[in-house]
Design a protein around this ligand. Sequence first.
Ligand code: TXA
Ligand code: MG
Length: 324
Amino acid sequence: MSNGIISVDQAVSQLEDSKVVAIPTETVYGLAGRIDSEDALNLIFSTKKRPFFDPLIVHVSSVEQARTLVSWWPKEADLLAKGFWPGPLTIVLPKNKDSVSDLITSGLDSVAIRFPGHPIAQEVVKKLGVPLAAPSANMFGKTSPTSAEHVLEEFSSTIAVVDGGPADHGIESTVLELVESEKGSVTSVQIYRPGTITKSQIEACLGSTISVSYSQSKAAPGHVENHYQPNKPLYSFLGPYTKNEIQSELGNVLEGDSEIYFTELDEPCAIVARKLYSEMRKADKLAGSKKTLVMQIRNFDSSDSWTAIEDRLNRASRKLFKKA
Ligand code: TXA
Ligand code: MG
C-alpha cells in the first residue's frame, strides 16, 4: 500500500472489519461501508460530517440482491433494471425492514438502490457478499470526487481508496422513486435527482402509461439547495455569453473589482459532465488570491441531456446565469 491506494482484496478485508473505504463507480467515487454493520454506517456519517437526516444509497452486485432489500418489486423495477442496470440509475422502493436499517434510510420506509456499472465496484460488493452503503466520498455539501486523487485530498489521505481511474460519467446517478398506489401498482415516477439517465430515456423504457416527473423529495432532505460547492464562491454562465456580457452581469453582483478566476468548458454535454467537478477543484486550487470563480458552459442548451449539469451548477453556484 502506498499513498492510501489499496487493492480490491485489501478493500474487501477492511470492509469485512466494518471499516470504510473509498471505491470507484462510473459516476463518482463512493465512501463505502457494509450495510449490516452499525459501526461502519456511523463511520460513513462521521467521516463526511453528514447529517443523519440524509439517507444513503445501497449498492448491490445483482438484481437478486436488490430484491432482498425491498418489500415490493413491481414490474416497472424490472423494466428499469433491464434497461439501465448495471449503471447510473438509483431506484427508490419500499424497504425490507429486516435487511435495511433506519440508519441507512434516515428512518424512511423506502430505500435507494443502485447496481453500479464500474467493474471494481461490482467486484468489491460480490467478494464481500454484502451490499454497500456508499454516498459520494466528499465532505458533506462539497464537490464529489471523480478520481482517487480527489478522495485522498478530500480526507487528507486518512481514507484508503481503490484507484479505478477517472470516473466515466462524472456526475452522480439519477435518483427516482416508483410511487405505489393503494392497489399495489406504480402510479408515477418521481425523479428526485437528475443524472446521466434522462427523463426521456426513463419514459421510453417504461412506456406511455406512467407519468414521469421531476420532483423535490419530501423524503430526501439531503437534496439540499447548497451542495457540490467549491471552497470559493462560484458564478456560472450557461450558454454563449460574450466576455462583455459576463463582465456586465458580474458588475451587478460583485462588490468592488473583485478579481476572478475564469474557466470555460466548450465541449459536448458528456465531456462537460466528466470534467465538471475536477475543473471546479482545479479552479479552487489555481485561483490563488483571486476570490471569485467563474465558469462558463458554452454549449449548454435547454435539452434534457443538460438538466443534470444545470442542477449541479445551480446548487454549486452563488448565482447562475442562463442563456439558451
Ligand atoms: O452516483 C451516485 O449515486 C453516487 C455513487 C457513489 O453511487 N452516490 C451518491 O450518494 O451520490 P449521495 O449520498 O451523495 O446521494 C444520495 C442521494 C441523496 O440526495 C439522498 O437524499 C437520496 O439519494 N436518497 C437516498 N435514499 C433515499 C430515499 N429513500 N428516498 C429518496 N431519496 C433518497
Ligand atoms: Mg453526495
